[in-house]
Design a protein around this ligand. Sequence first.
Ligand SMILES: [Zn+2]
Length: 433
Amino acid sequence: MRMIVRGARLLHTHGLSDVEVAEDGRIARVIPYDDQKEPPATGILIEAHGGLLSAPFVEPHIHLDTALTAGEPRPNASGTLWEGIACWTERKRTLTREDVIARATEVLRWQAAHGVLHVRTHCDITDPDLTALDALLEVRDRVRDFMTLQIVAFPQEGIVSFPGGEGLLREAVARGADVVGAIPHFEDTREDGVASLHTAFALAEEHGLRVDAHCDEIDDEQSRFVEVLATLAMRSGLRGRATASHTTAMGSYNGAYSYKLQRLLSRSGINLVSNPFANLGLQGRFDAYPKRRGLTQVKEMLAAGVNVAFGHDDVMDPWNALGTANPLQTALVGLYAAQLTGGDEVPLAFSMVTERAARVLGLAETEYGITAGAPASFVLLPAPTPEEAIRRQVRPRYVVSRGTVLAETPPAPTRLNWPGEPPSEVDFGRRLR
Ligand SMILES: [Zn+2]
């Protein structure tokens, strides 16, 4: 054996388990933990001490090309979407291959440390030189042995309304983008928006790719492109392979239309990605009080059987000056924003940055999960349950990718000198004295 993880808690399994990793970096078997049994003499031994062993975190929506540009060339003083776009337009002119590679790689390093091993990044391709795309394609190759990077050809300024937009989208796909993007609500007219989705789906079908559109990211209740996207997904060969990201207009739809939409979206098999950081910050900016929250219908769509995941979106860029690309932080903010605060709902937020996000990327069930034959890629969390991992915002003790330890975080409890008591350690676990 190459590695054994002893005494780990697995999701959906009672008791503790041992996970054995074969020399080829795949999981050989998962067996019940026996504390009487001696650990094997060879191979890497990881004692889990009852910690949760989960399949790795999955980031379904990030922008690695814009990441770490906050403040360049100037800070977004108002914090609005529109000033963010103005800042980015200025910064975009100075992009170089080295600049994009350095920033994207830095964020991927943070993600690896957090246990994110599968990432879908959007990449602005409304640039005649496609500088960022070429750089990200290079990064994808550099990390491919230990991380999955999917690149969405994202037409930030439009497909139909931007001069040469369709040509750039085609060129991005020809150069190797994994997923076709769109931004229908940003196109000049409703008709242009619909046409842009037809173009994106046709291109994806032609090349056997998936679709992931920034869709209805606006507080306008008249923005209804998600119904077009869902219908195209149903009628094309892309059922289950299409994603609508943001869909914040859904937070403003009336009850009758929402009901119709729930039925349509659940039939269509599309995925939704909600990005709570960006949209709590950017939406509702034109509202007086009461001010809308600007999120999609997370709870309602989950209840309707739609696959919904949480994405981090921006990391230290003109639209979000903060962030460390930490999926447990996304889950925490997302569960409050979407009011997934009921007893059974908190673990849902964990699934939205793991299993549900994996479905957005289309990771095969045989390639993702703690099961014999799957790649030995997982995170060992110093917490027994998803709820505890989110509540205490723990960092994985170990991140293992295909049988190799990629990141290790030693426990770092706080030493407390509580008056009248000997020094003790605090790690925010609930141990009553
Ligand atoms: Zn986005």
